[in-house]
Design a protein around this ligand. Structure first.
Ligand code: WTA
Length: 655
């Protein structure tokens, strides 16, 4: 059945769900309206009901206790309930679906056999992993850093922490030793878990040796647990390093789940902000899990028997909520893919969809754009008739990519759910429901149950009707982050200070006459490179840490594939010669300091930077130059030295 575009407000085409999809989905349009109204008029009653989707050890009697009041920001959901997250993701499914596949593991190398791990096997693996952690001295509330490739052990490690009430903090395996050390120190981790190597896209990242480097900067009490992935040669530090397979052979097979409070932290995930070092976003057990499970069920219209695939990495929040916690809490079959979209060729995603008969496919616009560039023949080679729903996340999806996705992958018959959310929000806040919401290419459409988005002007006034401004949320939802690890003041000042009484998202947004939301991108100094968040301050501080650099300013600019690219203005120390060789060196330096995703796309030598008389760099101007919009620079009269701008324009690098 083909979805026919019809006109919506703004003259954007509107794709209504087919009647077949609407009839079989968890919610059609009427049901969405009814539930949404209930969720905002009676949040207590609505979430009291939804909280029951989890198995509680001690059922909650309190539902919502939240305040966005600047002087007293506090967020608690189901606060007197106790539960265990791993038991909710595994044990409670054993009686009904013990032999069903929980995880399909698809290795990087297509010639290596895929693995189908049943709920029973998952139960076994997680209990053993949990006992290994206990053996290493990990207790309830202790932090464990996970630095693993996309292998089943990553899910086992997460769930093992959850089983014993330990708090995991995953560090993306593409991050550098320095970035890893910062995070290990930031959460004071007792144990780091890594593998020997991480195969990805036919290459092998030496994770164990990265850990060896990182741990030189950490307390010598930190222990390293090494899981075998490739079996290749690694160095060993006696007394600090533990081999997982040896440990596993020596522990008991059973591990009872530890009772935790709904508000006990489940994980910390470091994410970039506009200033300073990445912050440790804290998510707690009860509300987060209920929200991840509910959004997974409704937004992807997950039904029994579906094979659901989210291509994210567990190093990002999308992997937490929509590869592991949401799907497993729902007793789903979830695909874990170790590789990249273009290895061994540009047909890999579609080969995997065909091979495992994937029904829901959830990826990022940057991947779609990259594959779009390789031509439709890579998609046409494969049978994609199992697909029912397509998803997008991480950045605004441009209508060209949306159309390509719809026509070539969905064959015009799969609703596309463009899901807007953030590490901080724990789960999806704005997205269509496949059977309920007509979609418009480029719009994340409508709020999920319980979510009240508002658009504010720069003074914090709520704007009504069709309008544009910054996106904020009026009231709490259960998946919301609770605090910044070790720095509650930073939590309050980052999200609740600028616009009092609201959660401030940091995104710009437009609302059209149909009440649809269109995210326009970050309004702060965060850039979004291939769907990965990066603070410009992080790249700047890496640059100025190089001996030749005196000053640096970093901005984003539009990039065809990555969404945004990294454009750096660099002022060198006196006497240092600006050469192409040095430029390449600085690119490699940032890559090494932060990780490959942070490698600058452009470095422009800047003898001076545009500063106000008080010394503040005017990034607005630098952004315009990087975007090649030099005829709309705006007012430059407040600059201490307006002539630096002419020089920057004259020597603009071609991005
Ligand atoms: C952006 C990823 C437009 C946005 C889940 C947000 C999006 C940031 C979308 C969060 C979308 C994410 N449309 N923009 N569908 N999804 N973003 O924390 O700027 O890695 O603030 O979470 O990505 O990135 P994060």
């Amino acid at each position: 059945m083909t979805i026919q575009p019809t006109g919506g407000a703004d003259s954007a085409p509107l794709y209504a769900p087919s009647s077949e999809i609407a009839e079989n989905a968890h919610a059609d349009a009427a049901r969405y309206e009814e539930l949404y109204q209930k969720s905002v008029s009676d949040p207590e009653g609505f979430w009291a009901e939804e909280g029951k989707r989890l198995d509680w050890i001690k059922p909650f009697t309190k539902v919502k206790n939240t305040s966005f009041d600047y002087d007293n920001v506090s967020i608690k959901w189901f606060e007197d309930g106790t539960l265990n997250v791993a038991a909710n993701c595994i044990d409670r499914h054993l009686a009904t679906r013990g032999d069903q596949t929980a995880i399909i593991f698809e290795p990087d190398n297509p010639d290596e056999a895929a693995q189908h791990i049943t709920y029973k096997q998952l139960h076994k693996e997680v209990q053993v992993f949990a006992n290994v952690l206990k053996d290493m001295g990990v207790d309830k509330g202790d932090r464990v850093v996970i630095y693993l490739p996309m292998i089943p052990a990553a899910a086992y490690a997460m769930l093992a922490c959850a089983r014993i009430g330990a708090i995991h903090s995953i560090v993306f395996a593409g991050f550098s030793p320095d970035a890893l050390a910062d995070r290990v120190n930031g959460c004071d981790a007792k144990v780091v878990i890594c593998s020997d190597y991480a195969p990805r896209g036919g290459r092998n990242t030496p994770l164990k040796s990265n850990c060896d480097k990182a741990l030189l900067r950490c307390s010598d009490k930190v222990k390293l647990l090494v899981v075998e992935r490739t079996g290749a040669q690694i160095d060993w530090v006696e007394g600090r390093d533990y081999k997982y397979e040896d440990m596993a052979a020596g522990v008991a097979p059973d591990c009872a789940p530890t009772e935790v409070n709904a508000e006990d932290p489940l994980f910390i995930l470091y994410t970039s902000g506009s200033t300073g070092k990445p912050k440790g976003v804290v998510h707690c057990s009860g509300g987060y899990l209920a929200y991840a499970a509910m959004t997974h069920q409704y937004v992807f219209d997950y039904q029994d028997g579906d094979i659901y695939w989210c291509t994210a990495d567990v190093g990002w929040v999308t992997g937490h909520s929509y590869i592991v916690y949401g799907p497993l809490a729902n007793g789903a079959t979830t695909v874990m893919f170790e590789g990249v979209p273009t290895y061994p060729d540009a047909g890999r995603f579609w080969a995997v969809c065909e091979k495992h008969k994937v029904t829901q496919f959830y990826t990022a616009p940057t991947a779609i754009r990259a594959l779009m560039g390789k031509g439709p023949e890579w998609v046409e080679k494969y049978d994609l008739s199992s697909l029912r729903i397509l998803g997008s996340v991480g950045e605004p999806i441009n209508p060209e990519a949306w159309n390509w996705y719809n026509e070539n992958v969905g064959k015009g018959s799969c609703p596309i759910v463009d899901t807007w959310w953030q590490t901080e929000t724990g789960g999806i806040l704005i997205a269509p429901l496949p059977g309920a919401t007509p979609t418009k290419p480029g719009s994340a459409t409508k709020p999920f149950f319980g979510v009240q988005p508002v658009i504010l002007d720069d003074k914090g006034n709520e704007l009504s009707g069709a309008t544009e401004g910054v996106l904020a949320i009026k009231d709490s939802w259960p998946g919301q982050m609770r605090t910044v690890w070790g720095d509650h003041d930073r939590f309050v000042s980052t999200y609740f200070e600028m616009f009092k009484g609201y959660y401030f998202s940091g995104d710009g947004c437009r609302r059209d006459a149909d009440g649809y939301y269109w995210i326009t991108g970050r309004v702060d100094d965060v850039i979004n490179v291939s769907g990965h968040r990066m603070g410009t301050a992080e790249v700047e501080s890496a640059l100025v840490a190089h001996e030749t650099v005196s000053e640096a300013a970093v901005v984003g600019y539009p990039h065809d594939i990555k969404g945004q690219g990294i454009y750096c203005y660099v002022t060198l120390m006196d006497g240092v010669e600006a050469t192409d060789e040095l430029r390449a060196q600085l690119q490699a330096w940032v890559r090494q300091e932060i990780g490959p995703i942070a490698k600058p796309d452009v470095i422009q030598w800047a003898p001076g930077l545009p500063k106000t008389r008080s010394g503040k760099i005017m990034r607005r101007i630098l952004r315009k130059i990087a975007e090649n919009e030099t005829d709309s620079l705006g007012d430059t009269s407040t600059l201490a030295d307006p002539s630096v701008v002419d020089d920057l324009i004259a020597n603009r690098a071609n991005a």
